[in-house]
Write a protein that binds this ligand. Structure first.
Ligand code: AMP
Length: 114
């Protein structure tokens, strides 16, 4: 079954896409946790970070390069931002198509709640 993210990437359901190339797609999170909350997603449907293979290195590198470009475009690069990839239950992963959260636009506090 394709995930909701695969459908957004293929244009089958609407998404607020802010960037797309041959390797990755980025769109705004539907429930933003910060003024900037963008999801950077490989076009290839990799379920979790545990499923990443060596052949995915270029795609994973592209995700970081795109995060940097989008942070600059959003005007949050200088003040700073956070990149998060959640994995499985303890990581709080809800959508099983790997994605990097780009969060910024306000102070984000501690990395983890105690
Ligand atoms: P995670 O918990 O890391 O798997 O994050 C999944 C994220 O996907 C959450 O922040 C959701 O708000 C977001 N999300 C779920 N459905 C959509 C959608 N249709 N468009 C954009 N973001 C979504």
């Amino acid at each position: 079954m394709p995930t909701i993210f695969a459908k957004i990437i293929r244009g089958e359901i609407p998404g607020d896409i802010v960037y797309q190339d041959e390797l990755v797609t980025a769109f705004r999170d539907i429930q933003p946790q910060a003024p900037t909350h963008i999801l950077i997603v490989p076009n290839k449907a990799i379920p979790t970070v545990n499923d990443v293979e060596e052949e995915d290195e270029a795609t994973l590198g592209r995700m970081i390069v795109v995060a940097k470009k989008l942070a600059d475009r959003e005007g949050i690069a200088k003040d700073g931002y956070r990149l998060i990839m959640n994995t499985n239950e303890h990581g709080g992963q809800e959508v099983f198509h790997i994605h990097m959260h780009l969060l910024g636009g306000r102070p984000l506090g501690r990395m983890l709640s105690r």
